[in-house]
Design a protein around this ligand. Structure first.
Ligand code: ADP
Ligand code: ZN
Ligand code: ZN
Length: 746
């Protein structure tokens, strides 16, 4: 039997993760040992006993075998929270592909170089006989001691700074008094608290019958220690957040903790405040606007039991709660739950894995569940909950109409606005009600081309067209490269060169021209670059400082504007042309969310969807707000073309600064897979081929697509490729990464 080795780290600070030591696993421990376990090993020259964590097992020795020491025993300390996170990292490494160090960096909080704020205090030791000691100190003229003790008799707790500063007490004196158990020196970490809310506990609304039935079922399951994954499918405004909070209540009452994942873009003051009002300062948040130090502190507070609820984007999933009971993922269909860097893990799958390791429940919530999750709910892998009505009794679903832009053109209307949308805007302006105009710009750039020869201006570093900005600059959205707008076509010198398509800026200009005196606000990448600008715009709009809010997909995320009674979608189909299999799904989600913005208050709402594809199922279903109808069509399409979830998919992606090397390396991968796995039943391999954008930032891009019904079969191939790559020099120049069930097109 071959030997088994374990990679062990002694110190799990973020900085020391790459200090890995290999030990042999003794025969008696072979069956017991696994990543995350604490073990005792002989360490250093003196072979002092040290506790370390197992991070990986392998059958290969990295150094000469005779130099490898053996693990002594499994530590009796049991499984710590660090151990649990290491086990999760190991799972991530296996399922998505990365080095163990990359996986550990993903799950372990990165400590801050910033000095932690400390509060050091000095107080009298209880039961100390101060009086007699003071008397003696006075006799012996120990002035410093007398000064300190008298001060402490007046004020039971003094700060270290005051004592060593104002009172001028030498440190040696303090040390001595501490040793004699007369005083106590305490160090308390002061954690940076990212937000403070006014303490105004609001009354908990009484759940309606639909909500209550779900909350009851959760409570009964949880109390029976029946931990499941639930999919809460509820129309926009149906009161999903109230259900999450009811479930969290159950979990906290059992002395356990909860993580709530919310997409970064929806993590606004409004959403967070609701949790604070309900749970007070047992709540903490994480987001990219916090400093690294602040984020680290939130992790420590969670680990020390100072908070019970962590709200945050994807990375909050790794909050080191000791006794996690529930993970909620709101807007579970959002693509931001998939990591864009290696390891390319999906927070939904990873949450379910963590919950299963720690015996916790998972609630996934959405008005437009991902096709994967809904399919899982239908087959019984997840338990389905439905909320079919809006929670606010006064509000109803909006009245949606589809406007065919080809018809408009035939009728001689060349404006951006269909006749119906224009009429409705005028109506709402006269009633002093508010309007949102949504420009779906995904897969759609204001590209610049020549009208004489058709030449399209492309970025010299990336294989993409440049986008016009402010009419005189061209910008590459992939690498940031900028040039001045040329006066003549670089190919044929024609002066007829210009930007096509339309951006939010242009829409704003046109709207102002068409409705003189109208007050507009714009929300897009340009206007939300600054800190808090996103929230400022939303606040201004909700205060009625503008009549029309114009924006990209940013504006469609769950905000409640009671006075907004009209939503216009200017070009609904743009996201249909993106080059990935999720484009219909994304279009349906965006349109449904946009439609959900109208009529949230007590006023009835209208939604106008303008499109060139009025009969496309994603548009028809969104207009009807009919999720089931969309799902049926979409799952049929996925099954026909063997796309997830009908099949599992792995993208092997390769990039390289030299196209010849890149092509050779990609071919080698293809040949290796065909050679090694030719008899694996049910495997499909496509490629290698060039990525649809062949070059980004001067790196050439290649892809291979693999499909199989069984995820673990793809993992097997990934594992083999990881080993194959390690031993070939060419892959030092051609970087290979893996992406399972991708959210983006390649
Ligand atoms: P979702 O998360 O599904 O979009 P929310 O939880 O934000 O829905 O609820 C939408 C609105 O309805 C909110 O203003 C919320 O306060 C209100 N609401 C939710 N549940 C109830 C209830 N049971 N009774 C009264 N109002 C409710
Ligand atoms: Zn030209
Ligand atoms: Zn570029």
């Amino acid at each position: 039997m071959s030997k088994l080795y374990a990679d062990i780290i002694i110190n799990i600070s973020h900085e020391a993760l790459d200090k890995v030591f290999q030990y042999e696993v003794p025969f008696v421990l072979r069956k017991k040992i696994e990543p995350g376990m604490q073990v005792v090993v002989p360490f250093g020259r003196a072979n002092k006993e040290q506790t370390g964590y197992v991070i990986r097992l392998s059958e290969q020795a990295n150094v000469e075998e005779s130099r490898i020491k053996s693990i002594l025993r499994i530590s009796e300390k049991g499984v710590s929270i660090e151990g649990k996170m290491i086990r999760l990292a190991s799972w991530i490494r296996d399922q998505y592909g990365s080095t163990m160090i990359q996986a550990l960096r993903t799950v372990l909080p990165s400590s801050s170089k910033i000095e932690q704020k400390q509060e050091k205090t000095i107080s009298l030791f209880e039961n100390a006989d101060i009086e007699s000691f003071l008397e003696e100190a006075k006799k012996k003229h120990r002035k410093a001691q007398v000064r300190l003790l008298e001060a402490l008799q007046k004020e039971p707790k003094l700060s270290w700074n005051d004592v060593t500063g104002q009172l001028k007490i030498p440190r040696t004196t303090l040390k001595r008094l501490e040793e004699q158990k007369l005083i106590r020196i305490e160090v308390k970490h002061q954690y940076r608290n990212p937000i403070s809310f006014p303490q105004s506990k609001k009354e908990v609304p009484k759940l309606n019958a639909e909500q209550q039935r779900i909350a009851d079922e959760f409570q009964s399951d949880f109390e029976k220690e029946y931990y499941r994954t639930y999919l809460l499918h509820g129309v926009t405004g149906s009161g999903k957040t109230e259900v999450y909070m009811a479930a969290i209540d159950v979990v906290l009452k059992k002395g356990r903790q909860a993580i709530v994942l919310i997409p970064e873009i929806a993590l606004t003051y409004q959403t967070v405040r609701r949790f604070y009002e309900r749970f007070g300062d047992r709540v903490s948040i994480m987001n990219s606007r916090l400093s690294q130090g602040e984020r680290y502190d939130q992790m420590l507070r969670a680990q020390n039991g100072e908070v019970d609820i962590m709200i945050g984007p994807r990375s909050a999933l790794f909050t080191p709660f000791q006794n996690l009971g529930l993970i909620v993922i709101d807007e579970e269909h959002e693509s931001s739950y998939k990591s864009e860097s290696v390891p390319k893990y999906h927070a939904r799958e990873t949450a379910i894995a963590r919950a299963s390791m720690e015996h916790a429940s998972v609630i996934l919530g959405s008005a437009t569940p991902s096709i994967e999750s809904y399919q899982n709910a239908r087959t019984g892998t997840y338990h389905l909950w439905q909320l079919k009505h809006r929670a606010n009794p006064g509000s109803t679903m909006a009245n949606v109409s589809i406007e065919d832009l080809r018809e408009e053109l035939r009728a001689g209307n060349r404006s951006l606005l269909s006749r119906r949308l224009r009429t409705l805007i005028l109506d709402r302006l006269s009633k002093k009600q508010q309007i949102m105009l949504f420009l779906n710009r995904r897969g759609y750039a204001g590209f610049v081309s020549c009208r004489s020869c058709g030449h399209v201006l492309k970025c010299p570093h990336c294989d993409v067209s440049m986008t016009a900005h402010h009419g005189n600059r061209l910008v590459c959205h992939y690498c940031g490269h900028q040039i001045k707008m040329p006066k003549y076509c670089p190919e044929c010198q024609s002066p007829y060169i210009g930007a096509f398509g339309i951006g939010t800026q242009k829409v704003e200009m046109l709207v102002q021209k068409e409705f003189p005196g109208v007050r507009t606000l714009r929300m897009d990448m340009d206007t939300t670059r600054k800190k808090h600008s996103y929230e400022k715009i939303l606040k201004a709009f909700s205060n009625g400082e503008a009549d029309i809010l114009i924006g990209t997909q940013m504006i469609v995320k769950g905000h409640d504007f009671a006075n907004t009674t009209l939503v216009g979608v200017l070009a609904a189909d743009m996201s249909l042309y993106a080059n990935d299999f999720r484009s219909s799904e994304r279009t349906f989600q965006l349109l449904t969310q946009a439609a959900g913005r109208a009529g949230r208050g007590n006023l009835p709402g209208d939604v106008v969807i303008q499109t060139y594809n009025p009969e496309h199922y994603s548009i028809v279903a969104a207009a009807k707000q009919d999720y089931e109808m969309f799902f049926e069509q979409e799952i049929a399409y996925r099954e026909l073309l063997m796309y997830p979830p009908a099949c599992q998919m792995m993208v092997v992606f390769l990039n390289c600064s030299d196209p010849d090397t890149g092509e050779t390396a990609a071919k080698m991968l293809g040949e290796e897979i065909r050679y090694q796995f030719h008899d694996m039943e049910g495997l499909f391999l496509l490629g290698p081929s060039r990525a649809s954008i062949i070059k980004i930032r001067d790196l050439y891009r290649y892809v291979l697509y693999l499909k199989h019904k069984d995820y673990q079969s793809l993992v097997l191939i990934k594992n083999h490729l990881e080993e194959y790559i390690e031993n070939k020099k060419i892959f030092e120049k051609a970087a290979v990464t893996f992406d399972f069930n991708p959210m983006i097109g390649y």
